[in-house]
Ligand binder design. Sequence first.
Ligand code: ZN
Length: 601
Amino acid sequence: MSHVLTAVAWPYANGPRHIGHVSGFGVPADIFSRYMRMAGHDVLMVSGTDEHGTPILVQSDNEGLTAIEAADKYNRVIVEDLVALGLTYDLFTRTTTGNHYQVVQEIFTALYDNGYILPKTTLGAISPSTGRTLPDRYIEGTCPICGYDGARGDQCDNCGNQLDPTDLINPVSRINGETPKFVEEEHFFLDLPAFADALGAWLDTRDGWRPNVVRFTRNLLGDLKPRAISRDLDWGVPVPLDGWRDRKDKRLYVWFDAVIGYLSASIEWARRSGDPDAWRQWWQDPQALSYYFMGKDNIVFHSEIWPAMLLGNNGGGTKGGKPGALGALELPTEVVSSEFLTMEGRKFSSSRRVVIYVRDFLARYDADALRYFFAVAGPETQDTDFTWAEFVRRNNDELVASWGNLVNRAVAMAAKNFGGIPEAGELTDVDRELLETTRAAFAAVGDLISRHRQKAAIGEAMKAVAAANKYVSESEPWKLKGEENRARQGTILHVTLQAVADCKTLLAPFLPHSSQKIHELLGGTGVFAAMPRIEEVPDLDGTGPIGERTYPVITGDYTGAPAWESTPIKVGTPLDKPVPIFTKLDPSVVDEELARLEAEE
Ligand SMILES: [Zn+2]
């Protein structure tokens, strides 16, 4: 048994999230956490909404809201969507809490005291008409390296090079088209080069990471530069230094506070649990495991910058130092990055409006149908295209025809002929073979999930489903009529129901909603696959932008997770005629959805 921290990327609260966002980290992190709990580990799964930075200000201006009002609005939308998907966060909070502000400032102070934060004068872009800082990504121009004319101030999507806004040829604001003004500003920088050696040594000890993450991180370490951690902005965590603390126009950069969210959310969870030091079991025990889930555009923050910040807090860079007020903190065990989900051949992008929002999707389709698609066809190791045709095909041919049909046939036949779970007589080799197949699948599926190979893992689970379907088809229990065949019919149905029970456990991390229903169809009571809930809580400190108001968090009691093993079914348990578990979709859905997308474009 280990303490396992599941650190899930923080969705940005400037609008509702689309299915591309949740495919890469929300659902995979939940599958992993659900499995690890069933395997007996003590999981802490945390995240929240990322609510600082200019994009929130842009969105709130558009809507005539204050920044905190916009953050309140989209935090609530996102919380509801993630709960509808069944994502079992122990705590999903926000970056505008008083607790988060305190923890961010403690980490800043530790880095500063150890000498890893450097003041520096730089050229920053501001909007001449508003006087407000223009973030790098809101500046567009021609790439000085490849000549692409849609390059952004942070990077060029054409050649992939990282850029500074001052590198761009003919820079313009993407907000209103005006030419930005560059002015000298004093800012703080994180001294990343001071961690190059320590990061390299740490990376050498990381086994089994996805090759894309290792490759990308090695490249980054070859070229580390100090990175700005403050901005000219009136929205964010104040810089906790005399002369800066009370300035309204200087704040810590949004990415700097957001990555600290994993830690602050763990601390908030502990404070709310009644044991304020409980978080230390996941952060300070060298035996504890920590897994960070995100899309590939965020690898740099998790495999380079956050580990550097942790090293700096611990005094582990070239300048040495001692641990900050919170004590020494463990670096990530693994950074698990997915690739991008494209949509009908185009990249998902809110700005280009080729999107399907989580909420719209779940208004028309089951959460498990979407979770199934992500597990079997998500962007695990390469960019993947979501098409409605493929979604409908997989739902109908695999989920409904294979798994749903197996459950339905087995329960219906047992209910009709025996009124419950029949006893097994003498087992034949064929019976034993099926039971051995589903029992053996636990080790195979569990091993694959623990190594973040979820696509292969659900493939193994569905192979067990296929073996059970084949067994039923070949055994033909419906043909066994009359008293002389009754014992054999009962045995076949018992074996089939045991296989169904095993498969619903194997599939529970992927398809928790339907596994709960199947648990009940098989006569089970109580919670089999726990679900998250929304709780309206007061801010613990009242010192952040939320003030003393309440806000919705995602939490839940996941302690009663069933064991990751075959559990014998109970002979004599009454069974009713089953209701269908999954919904077969009419092929016309594809055209309807494509028409909807085109109308929105
Ligand atoms: Zn370029």
